[in-house]
Write a protein that binds this ligand. Structure first.
Ligand SMILES: Cc1cc2nc3c(=O)[nH]c(=O)nc-3n(C[C@H](O)[C@H](O)[C@H](O)COP(=O)(O)OP(=O)(O)OC[C@H]3O[C@@H](n4cnc5c(N)ncnc54)[C@H](O)[C@@H]3O)c2cc1C
Ligand code: FES
Length: 259
């Protein structure tokens, strides 16, 4: 992994994935990056929004890429970027899955993804495949079948179990509906999770009840991305705070005071 650099990259492609997501590929060098690390991205859109937006790297080979869900103005502008548009990119940032746990041939894993949280988990599943680890079991949940971007790719590299709240794909309900069965199916597996905070809190609670270690890729609103603005704090178990951008995003779930 390399120190962060501010670089300008051109958009190489921008493709729609499902109804509400885009995958943007960039031309440029994202640095030496591992799964779970992220970048701060900003287009040439002037002062509003002023701040760059944090995005997990979906991959860096063959090109750096991100998966974007539009939730507000920054993601709307990023999702609208056209080939040739320039983005300023601060990369790589944060702690990777590999900083929080071993990613090796002996790693047995249950991966739990919610919506756009699939991005770093898809990459960590590829990393696990690359080192010859057992094929992970992945549980991927969304509100509807439209909220499962890149599920097809995940199914190629994991044993994939899908849940949807409306029952339009897979098991009806949330990821926790099938999580205990997934943990039983992979004795001793570590749990790797990314998605909405309430989902990760529930996943961590179930994983710990089953005596498993759980690594969560956290999300929080961010201004700087490297530990100076104090904007991304979350409560640390036992007191104090943890900076998602520099202590995380990938942390042992026992370090967090989940609320
Ligand atoms: C480390 C990290 C990795 C991320 N990776 C991805 C990714 O791969 N793909 C992706 O689409 N998004 C990702 N996000 C979330 C993304 O950064 C936010 O959705 C984005 O900053 C929102 O900007 P906006 O201007 O569109 O919305 P805003 O106008 O800033 O906010 C719109 C709404 O979203 C909420 N919101 C804003 N930021 C966050 C956040 N970080 N977490 C939860 N709610 C938020 C706000 O409270 C508000 O309700 C990541 C965030 C972090 C911290
Ligand atoms: S985003 Fe600025 S300290 Fe974390």
């Amino acid at each position: 992994m390399s120190p962060p650099r501010l670089v300008t990259m051109k958009v190489a492609s921008n493709r729609r994935v499902g109804d509400a997501y885009r995958v943007i590929e960039l031309d440029g060098d994202a640095g030496v990056v591992r799964s779970g690390q992220f970048a701060m991205l900003k287009g040439a859109w002037g002062v509003a929004p002023l701040l760059p937006r944090p995005m997990s790297w979906l991959a860096v080979e063959p090109r750096p890429s991100v998966l974007i869900k539009v939730v507000g103005e920054g993601t709307r502008l990023l999702a609208a970027a056209a080939p040739g548009d320039e983005l300023t990119v601060l990369t790589p940032l944060g702690r990777a899955f590999a900083d929080a746990t071993e990613i090796g041939p002996a790693t047995r894993s249950v991966i739990v993804a919610g919506g756009v949280g699939i991005a770093p988990l898809l990459w960590v599943a590829e990393e696990l495949g690359g080192v010859g680890a057992e094929r992970p079991l992945a549980v991927y949940g969304g509100r509807t079948r439209a909220d499962l971007p890149l599920a097809e790719r995940m199914a190629e590299i994991t044993e994939l179990w899908v849940t949807t709240e409306d029952g339009s794909a897979g098991t009806k309900g949330r990821v926790t509906e099938v999580l205990d069965a997934a943990l039983d199916a992979r004795p001793g597996a570590i749990v790797l999770t990314c998605g909405p905070t309430p989902m990760m809190a529930a996943v961590a609670q179930r994983a710990h009840a089953a005596g498993r270690r759980c690594i969560a890729a956290l999300e929080a609103p961010m201004a700087c991305g490297y530990g100076v603005c104090l904007g991304c704090v979350v409560p640390r178990a036992g007191g104090g705070f943890l900076y998602v951008c520099s202590d995380g995003p990938c942390v042992d779930a026992r370090e967090i005071e989940w609320r």
